[in-house]
Design a protein around this ligand. Sequence first.
Ligand SMILES: [Zn+2]
Length: 172
Amino acid sequence: METITPRGLDLIGNPVEGRKELGEMVPVQLFRALRLVGVMEGMKEIAGRGANAIIYRGGRNLGLNIGKTISDQLTVPHDLNSYLSGVVNTCQHLGIGLLSIAGGSFDSGKVYLQVDECVSCAGMPDVGEVVCHFEGGMIGGIIENFIHKQVRCKEIKCWGKGDGVCLFEVLI
Ligand SMILES: [Zn+2]
């Protein structure tokens, strides 16, 4: 018999079923311990400067997954505005952050997306560098899913380097 190994969002399974007493919510502190200490610092020890690219890649895979889910739910197929509001709602609903378009346009080849209250970095100390490579990959993947073309998403503002917000530049 062929075994199908769950991948992507299917790996999450059903935490409500598995955590009857503790429930499905965990503190942001725990998320950050995993994301910043476990993944970011841990991966840097092994992969050095390549760590950010690996983390970006993981975020991109998730973004492609989330993007496809949103696309499948659109009442008007391939409508950019509906797609973007789906993205904004998903980011708020999952507690990732408050996403908004900060400038640019798809036609000009450059789009700026702002994330307020980012789950990974909002309120963290200044460490002299941007830290939201996972989120950048995720945003990149979400956009790639819509335009069917590879993009480059770079974080240019972040709490990690002393800004009070995350700002991502997407080169299409
Ligand atoms: Zn950030």
